[in-house]
Design a protein around this ligand. Structure first.
Ligand SMILES: N[C@@H](CCC(=O)N[C@@H](CS)C(=O)NCC(=O)O)C(=O)O
Length: 219
């Protein structure tokens, strides 16, 4: 299919990040919805040899890895620009994107969020021990993000950047878990950032339920 296609499962924070950049650019796209159990088999492995989501397509050209997708879309659809020119703002954006991949995903999303928010929705068993064990690391991680945000409106400073789009889907889901909500309470600046993010049209267009409705009405 021509144009932008995002292959993924509604509810995935990484898939949502790819959709967010397209929404922020007001670009037209198609969400090609996949079933969770089909990622490690063809045809998905041809799109993404590591069997993850999202996989991205532009006029038939394939790309995977969310950071690469966000940067690509920001480059070819220039307005509004989502990568700061100022070297320190750009470095902060890159840092927060790295933190999201290396610490937020494994220490928060795969532990607390998966067990409290994702597993119940898919009827999967909840690992209470994993939730309990994750809390100290999650507290540390959220505390550090709040420290980096400091008094700014957005992660890279005065303007929205790719860092906000990559991080927000993870923290939006974390806030739905009682443990996550409690951890976030200690950081009003980060909670304020999340409120600003949730108010954006792009976030409202890509909630789990909105995406499921979109997939259903396209079927
Ligand atoms: N490094 C990948 C990570 C993507 C990722 O881990 N996505 C999760 C969904 S949020 C996934 O594919 N999970 C399926 C699995 O691990 O088998 C990226 O940036 O795109």
């Amino acid at each position: 299919m021509a144009g932008f296609v995002v292959h993924g499962v509604p509810g995935s924070p990484y898939v949502r990040a790819a959709l967010l950049v397209l929404e922020e650019k007001s670009a037209e796209y198609h969400l090609a919805a996949l079933q969770l159990g089909t990622l490690k088999q063809e045809p998905h492995l041809s799109r993404h040899p590591f069997g993850r989501i999202p996989a991205f397509e532009h006029d038939g050209w394939m790309l995977y890895e969310t950071q690469a997708i966000l940067r690509y879309v920001d480059t070819i659809v220039p307005e509004p620009r989502l990568q700061p020119v100022d070297p320190r703002a750009a470095a902060r954006m890159n840092q927060v994107m790295g933190i999201t991949d290396w610490y937020v995903m494994p220490q928060i999303s795969r532990t607390i969020t998966f067990n409290r928010v994702v597993a119940p929705r898919f009827g999967r068993p909840v690992n209470e021990e994993a939730v309990k064990e994750a809390i100290p690391d999650a507290r540390h991680c959220i505390g550090e993000l709040a420290r980096l945000l400091d008094g700014h409106d957005w992660m890279a400073g005065a303007t929205l950047s790719l860092a906000d789009l990559q991080l927000a889907p993870h923290l939006s889901m974390l806030a739905l878990a009682p443990e996550g909500a409690e951890i976030l309470t200690a950081h009003p600046n980060l909670k304020g950032w999340l409120v600003r993010m949730e108010a954006r049209r792009s976030m409202q267009a890509t909630t789990w339920d909105r995406l499921l409705d979109q997939v259903k009405s396209a079927a």
